[in-house]
Design a protein around this ligand. Structure first.
Ligand code: XMP
Length: 235
């Protein structure tokens, strides 16, 4: 996967998707050294395009996890703190993450943009911001999923580059694709959470995010290759 340096994130991601529409979610369950993480992730080069790093990785590797984007070439990197704070804190996080070389940041748009996430949009430059607009765990019906359409509309008007939507909801993905043809759509929920590889891509998503199915397997590269084949076969 060739990831060009100075392209806008959306363009870079779309190009990478042609090689592989898989992003691997790196959520380690135990303490790990940076070198071990690199050994685990590097063999996925060429089979997955992006690596999503969240709080578990930060807690298990420590701050050195922020070195991964500069250490591992050939991937784009998404930081996933599901950010939802007031503006000046959002900005501090975004500046640090983008400064470390991450290509995109995931935010929770329910916190709002005025005096909040607008600060992330302000500092993002060529980097990407992705808004979680729906989830698939039962509790997401309590609040988040009642506002999915509004969250997508507000996030898009505020300047995000795309949405995180569950792979388990192909109808929602198709509607989002039709309403926001320019938006990037990333879908977790594949494998362990039940969605079949390829189902979200067939519905119009750009990327499927796969974590445990790949990284908990005995041979992560082989597993990722199998998922890529399934996606190419049409889900
Ligand atoms: P897996 O299950 O593949 O998780 O290890 C990968 C990433 O996806 C997110 N995640 C979910 N998001 N509904 C969602 O909307 C879900 O049921 C779900 N499960 C996992 C999570 O961020 C993880 O890093």
């Amino acid at each position: 996967v060739k990831v060009e340096g100075n392209l806008k994130f959306a363009e870079k991601a779309r190009r990478a998707a042609k090689t592989s529409p898989i992003v691997v979610a790196f959520d380690p369950t135990k303490k790990m050294r940076l070198e071990e993480a690199a050994e685990l992730l590097l063999p996925l080069r060429g089979v997955v395009s992006g690596i999503k790093i969240g709080i578990p990785a930060l807690l298990h590797l420590g701050l050195r996890v922020l070195e991964l984007p500069k250490l591992l070439e050939g991937f784009f990197f998404i930081f996933d703190p599901k950010l939802a704070d007031v503006g000046h804190v959002d900005r501090l996080v975004a500046e640090k993450i983008f400064g470390a070389g991450f290509d995109a940041l995931i935010v929770q748009p329910f916190v709002g943009f005025g005096g909040g996430l607008e600060e992330v949009i302000r500092v993002k430059g060529e980097r990407g911001v992705l808004a979680v607009c729906s989830m698939s765990h039962p509790g997401s019906e309590e609040f988040l999923n009642r506002h999915t359409e509004e969250l997508m509309a507000r996030s898009w008007s505020a300047g995000v580059d795309g949405f995180i939507l569950p792979a388990q909801k192909p109808d929602l993905i198709s509607r989002a694709r039709a309403s926001y043809p320019e938006a990037l759509i990333f879908c977790p929920g594949v494998g362990f959470q039940g969605a079949f590889p390829g189902s979200a891509i067939s519905a119009g998503a750009d990327f499927e995010i796969v974590g445990r199915t790949i990284l908990s397997s005995e041979n992560p590269r082989k597993e990722a290759e199998g998922i890529l084949e399934d996606i190419r076969a049409g889900g």
